[in-house]
Design a protein around this ligand. Structure first.
Ligand SMILES: NC(=O)c1ccc[n+]([C@@H]2O[C@H](COP(=O)([O-])OP(=O)(O)OC[C@H]3O[C@@H](n4cnc5c(N)ncnc54)[C@H](O)[C@@H]3O)[C@@H](O)[C@H]2O)c1
Length: 436
């Protein structure tokens, strides 16, 4: 029997031993889906605290309730380890490690390289490896394939290698790992077939594509599309601001067009570790091919400027009330990078706090999902305080993240001035409100 037939049989009978490398926002939900589908899953992470928590059945990811994880751990369907030696006994390995950008906006491939080096030590025939980390087109075949392909180990025959972009949207109650269609592309058609068969056992919809490069590019197109459209609408917001037009009303009216328009909304800047970062993977790669991705650079510039625009708005609003920003107290409502989540990575709120601090304001904040902000060289260590009390004590409250649990009317009532970067006070009119 060929390796292909043997592995496909194991996948179809759910006897394949599944490994997930990197147990974060992407890896843990994926591990849970495969365990729920009936597979035995081994998670591998270099973070011993995460491994220990998982083995105790405790979730550390908001979208994975402990009530879901604990029974799977108890039943032996999921275990975790820091030891890559378990790779020797695995049939499939999904790699979900971080892919940040360096300060120079170059891709940092070190997490992929180091996890693949570990996997290579215990590599064996018949295994399926799928990279899920977001990356530039070419990573799977240029960087990973040479680490695994050896004389006697031929891709598509002796082992299988795919890329499958992760599209998880933390905090999204409607679309989660199971019901978000999964794109997968392999180095060879056999790789794609086996990758598609694998995901088909646990996820609702699988979308096979012809190559790893197409699959890699799909993710970058999706995130670049969002980044550029957000950049466009942020620019429109600044233009409308200059002309005294309410941009929110413009967008709502434009969105009544039943075709050819999709609403995007302005805001305080991009956050998270996908939309602000992933398009730069593409621009980095295209530069090597001698083509500049000019839309990406422009949208990056406009979006990166939004925290400055917001702080200027706060400063102007205070000036209109005969106050200076320096020496004023500003209360920031929401520091997570988007509503209903606890993630502050790349959050524009951090830039806004930093700029306010630099310009001499005293800053406090409220966020029901983020009780503490750790000092990181940009923002000082701070604790969340009550939203209404914080707003009442401040010269200006600024809505940066529109969490549902804030009582916006009471905030408006208690504050002297509210700069609303999210249109959270839609439908309310008050001389206290300054909209983006
Ligand atoms: N979080 C999202 O919303 C999201 C959505 C789509 C795609 N992605 C992409 O998925 C990838 C993972 O993102 P994430 O948000 O899950 O990151 P994360 O930081 O939450 O998790 C990554 C995990 O990998 C572990 N890790 C790091 N190096 C390792 C190594 N050498 N071996 C084993 N484990 C290692 C870390 O300890 C961490 O637990 C990134 O490429 C990201 O861009 C993330």
């Amino acid at each position: 029997m060929s390796h292909f037939e043997e592995l496909r049989g194991k996948i179809q009978s759910k006897q394949a031993r599944v490994g997930i490398v990197g147990l974060g926002y992407v890896g843990l939900p994926l591990a849970v889906e495969f365990a729920q589908a009936g597979f035995t899953v081994t998670g591998i992470d270099i973070d011993a605290a995460k491994v220990d928590a998982l083995n105790r059945g405790e979730s550390y990811i908001q979208d994975v309730p402990t009530a879901v994880l604990a029974p799977l751990v108890k039943a032996g369907k999921i275990t975790a380890t820091t030891d890559f030696a378990v790779v020797a006994g695995l049939d499939t390995i999904n790699i979900c490690v971080p892919t940040p950008l360096r300060k120079t906006k170059d891709p940092d491939m070190s997490y992929i390289v180091s996890s693949c080096q570990e996997i290579a030590q215990y590599f064996h025939p018949g295994v399926l490896v799928i990279l899920e980390s977001t990356t530039y087109p070419g990573t799977t075949n240029e960087l990973m394939l040479p680490m695994f392909e050896k004389p006697g180990l031929k891709v598509g025959e002796d082992f299988f290698l795919c890329f499958s972009p992760e599209r998880v949207d933390p905090g999204n109650a409607k679309f989660q790992t199971k019901n978000i269609p999964k794109v997968v592309g392999g180095i060879t058609p056999a790789c794609t077939d086996i990758g598609a068969a694998f995901y088909g056992q646990a996820l609702e919809t699988v979308v096979p594509v012809s190559s790893t490069r197409v699959a890699e590019m799909v993710k970058l197109l999706e995130n670049t599309f969002r980044m550029i459209n957000i950049g466009l609408v942020n620019e429109v917001a600044m233009l409308c601001d200059r002309m005294g037009i309410n941009v929110w009303e413009v967008i709502d009216a434009a969105a009544t067009k039943p075709f050819g328009f999709m609403p995007f909304y302005p805001g305080p800047g991009l956050g998270g570790h996908c939309i602000p970062i992933d398009p730069f993977y593409l621009s980095w790669k295209t530069k090597q091919a001698g083509i500049e991705a000019r839309f990406i650079e422009l949208a990056g510039y406009i979006n990166g400027n939004m925290p400055h625009f917001v702080v200027d708005k706060i400063q102007n609003a205070l000036n209109d009330h005969a106050k200076a920003l320096k020496g004023s107290r500003v209360h920031v409502l929401g520091v997570a990078y988007k509503r209903e989540i606890d993630d502050v990575r790349e959050s524009p709120a951090l830039d806004i706090i930093h700029l306010l601090d630099k310009r001499g304001a005293t800053v406090t904040y409220s966020d029901p999902f983020v009780p503490e902000l750790r000092a990181d060289g940009v923002v000082p260590a701070m604790s969340s305080i009550d939203a209404e009390r914080g707003s009442a004590a401040a010269d200006c409250a600024v809505i940066v993240t529109d969490h549902k649990s804030f009582d916006y009317l009471r905030i408006l009532d208690s504050a002297q001035l509210v700069v609303d970067t999210r249109n959270a006070l839609k439908g309310h009119s008050s001389s206290k409100i300054v909209r983006l």
